[in-house]
Design a protein around this ligand. Structure first.
Ligand code: ZN
Length: 199
């Protein structure tokens, strides 16, 4: 997920602070920049597979995903977006350059409870040149496994809840543009065609 101006960074910071126990603060993430696949790449429409073995390859993948996310910059990235079908997302609601990084990795994430609704402007590293208002659950309870192989439970609201729903959607082959009206989506497809023809 891309950052945008409509979110409250104050609230995002509170949500980010709550993750303290799960996601350690660090200065830098080492990795390599991966190619981000963009719509309409088929991999974005595939369902990611449950991870049964947390090994060195997965750690390397998540380090590279985090590195790619920070470089973009974005606040969340799902494995599909870099061409992998491992069921894993990375995220960090990092408001600006000056703040320490707090990289979070969530393996096999699952939304187990939802509450309320909220609307906010979303953008995605895999959907070029576009943002739109999307309706989501206001609060979610997400379960998964951390990179340390420990079970994780995250109670999220605000931007964190939106980011988690956006990234978990990716693992199910869903993009934020699937949540907008068909008219808006058709307009975006037209716009994208023009952009791609220029390249
Ligand atoms: Zn996205």
């Amino acid at each position: 997920m891309r950052t945008n101006a409509t979110v409250s960074w104050h609230d995002a910071r509170i949500e980010r602070d709550k993750l303290g126990a799960h996601c350690k603060q660090i200065m830098n993430v080492n990795g390599e920049k991966l190619k981000i696949f963009t719509y309409p790449a088929p991999v974005l429409r595939q369902k990611a597979k449950i991870i049964t073995n947390i090994n060195g390859d997965l750690k390397k993948l998540t380090d590279n995903m985090l590195f790619t996310m920070y470089s973009a910059p974005g606040i969340g990235l799902a494995a599909n977006q870099v061409g992998s079908l491992d069921r894993v997302i990375v995220f960090d609601l990092k408001p600006d350059e000056k703040e320490m990084k707090k990289p979070c990795v969530l393996i096999n994430p699952e939304i187990v409870e939802r509450e309320g609704t909220t609307k906010s402007e979303e953008a995605c590293l895999s959907v070029i040149d576009y943002s739109a208002e999307v309706k989501r659950s206001a609060k979610v309870l997400v379960r998964g496994i951390g990179i340390d192989e420990k079970p994780l439970e995250i109670e999220a609201e605000g931007l964190l809840a939106i980011c988690l729903q956006h990234e978990i959607d990716h693992l199910n082959g869903i993009l934020f543009i699937d949540h907008i009206s068909s008219l808006k989506r058709a307009m975006y497809k037209k716009k994208l065609k023009k952009i791609l023809n220029k390249e």
